[in-house]
Design a protein around this ligand. Sequence first.
Ligand SMILES: CO[C@H](O)CCc1ccc(O)cc1
Length: 116
Amino acid sequence: PVSKKAKMRDGGTDELDVCQQLLGELETHQDAWPFLKPVNPKSVPGYKKVVKKPMDLSTIREKIANKQYSCLESFTDDVNLVFDNCERFNEDDSEIGKAGHIMRRFFNKRRAELLK
Ligand SMILES: CO[C@H](O)CCc1ccc(O)cc1
């Protein structure tokens, strides 16, 4: 049987490449500014209580570097967590709320394009 290792990249783009490509595009998007670094719970009243699992793009970058994602799905779960947290804490028509919706739509579109 094909070993797990043997399934690894053969010059083709494996799932890790897709994660790194998508993360790079999210980090450089003009509306990424609310999501680049962890929210400082000391500077945002209520955030620590409301948002049970904080997540941001720099933490996702670190998790990729530490090989903490087993597949594109586990990476996608963390990206969605960023935008789900944003919806919980921000009105849809606020500056940050609007940025979250734009970024989520962009991610879903680019992920579909890269997987085609
Ligand atoms: C991704 O940003 C977080 O949802 C925090 C948003 C926020 C930060 C400070 C404020 O005064 C209001 C909202």
